[in-house]
Design a protein around this ligand. Structure first.
Ligand code: ACO
Length: 348
């Protein structure tokens, strides 16, 4: 059985910087409120036209592929995590395959929101371990800015999120004890509607009675209506306090699970890369685990919460800054909508 290792990694963030003060042009908010509650100072938004979840992923993937000393033609599988795909279907995996001129390889889309990258990594790890593939591109990319409510009504959600992409190339290694040691995935759908975007969706979402009659026919018309943009039901919903309470329990739990599976202790962690949900959540986890500042990486201050992209962007930035070295024990951990959560322990 092979073990898989991260052979190359890259990230891309759009050039358009929006500070907290910039957001005050659209909504009633303040730099003080946003920083105090989330730690975020600024975030990036993709160009409204032309720059998409896929195009950002391509930029991150190019860097990861080059650093892995391979080529797009050599990639034999793609796993793409996003909650903000270019199209409702098909997923971004095939768009990436097309844009990068890859062979007719398998392309899998993952819909696990903030823990999407950890889920994607876990899936890719299994394919490497069994020997099925040798060069897997794992991507997390988000263009949140196309679907947020930038009015005062949507401020509790919209100030948190930003756009960006991160990618890694996973390859087999025979170096004993190196690479991905284990991954751990969980879900609890009891609170699925507490962090969600209902549309476009087949459930009817909030329309449990009297569904809209637009376009005035007996069937159909429940996908998205102009009224839903006006009354706000088209936008994501979040019960922030419910998310906070669950996240601060599940993060340490799933990190502990990974450590115990490998007979390791919290003090063995050299670098924890938590999903950049909210700086307060990261600080809470750090305190719970008793880790020092130099062992937890945060960049939410610059990019906001980039959902599936946040872990690979943070991992890549930490590595580029020399904060992850050969032999280090790196822990990735994420929690998000679903709720879903997961961790991965890597010997670099
Ligand atoms: N600017 C100014 N005021 C705001 C804003 C804003 N952007 N957003 C909300 N407010 C107001 C509210 O309207 C409310 O006003 P009121 O008291 O007059 O009614 C007041 O601020 C407090 O609102 P709450 O929603 O109670 O604020 P809370 O203290 O819970 O903070 C927050 C909200 C930051 C979302 C918090 O609940 C939190 O950190 N939750 C964790 C959620 C999270 O991190 N999500 C990330 C995405 S999910 C993930 O990645 C796992």
């Amino acid at each position: 059985m092979f073990q898989s290792k991260i052979a190359g990694l890259g990230y891309y963030v759009p050039k358009n910087v929006y500070t907290n003060n910039d957001l005050t042009r659209f909504m009633e908010t303040s730099d003080e409120w946003i920083q105090e509650r989330t730690g975020i100072k600024e975030r990036r938004y993709a160009d409204r036209i032309g720059e998409t979840t896929t195009t950002m992923a391509v930029e991150a993937a190019k860097i990861a592929i080059e650093r892995a000393n391979t080529t797009a033609e050599e990639i034999d599988f793609v796993v793409f995590a996003t909650l903000s795909p270019d199209y409702y279907f098909p997923g971004c995996g095939v768009l990436l395959q097309r844009e990068m001129g890859m062979k007719e390889i398998g392309a899998l889309d993952i819909r696990n929101q903030c823990s999407g990258f950890v889920y994607a990594l876990s899936v890719a790890d299994q394919f490497i371990k069994t020997g099925m593939y040798k060069n897997i591109l794992v991507v997390g990319s988000e263009k949140h800015s196309f679907a947020l409510d930038f009015s005062t009504r949507g401020r509790a959600v919209s100030v948190i999120f930003g756009d960006g992409a991160g990618a890694i190339v996973l390859q087999p290694t025979t170096e004993a004890g190196k690479g991905i040691l284990s991954t751990h995935l969980h879900s609890d759908g009891a609170d699925a509607e507490k962090l969600a975007m209902y549309y476009p969706g087949a459930s009817g979402g909030i329309w449990t009675e009297n569904p809209p009659t637009w376009p005035n026919q007996e069937l159909g018309g429940m996908l998205m209506t102009p009224e839903m943009l006006e009354d706000g039901t088209a936008f994501p919903v979040m019960d922030g306090q419910a998310v906070f309470k669950k996240a601060v329990v599940k993060f340490p739990e799933v990190i502990g699970e990974a450590l115990s599976k490998n007979d390791l202790k919290t003090e063995d962690i050299d670098m924890l890369i938590p999903h950049q949900a909210n700086l307060r959540i990261s600080q809470f986890i750090q305190k719970t685990l008793g880790l020092s500042d130099d062992k937890v990486f945060n960049n939410i201050q610059k990019y906001g919460n980039t959902t599936a992209a946040s872990v690979p962007i943070a991992l890549c930035e930490a590595w580029e800054q020399g904060k992850i070295k050969d032999g280090d024990l790196v822990c990735l951990a994420a929690f998000g909508a679903g709720f879903t959560w997961g961790s991965a322990l890597i010997r670099w």
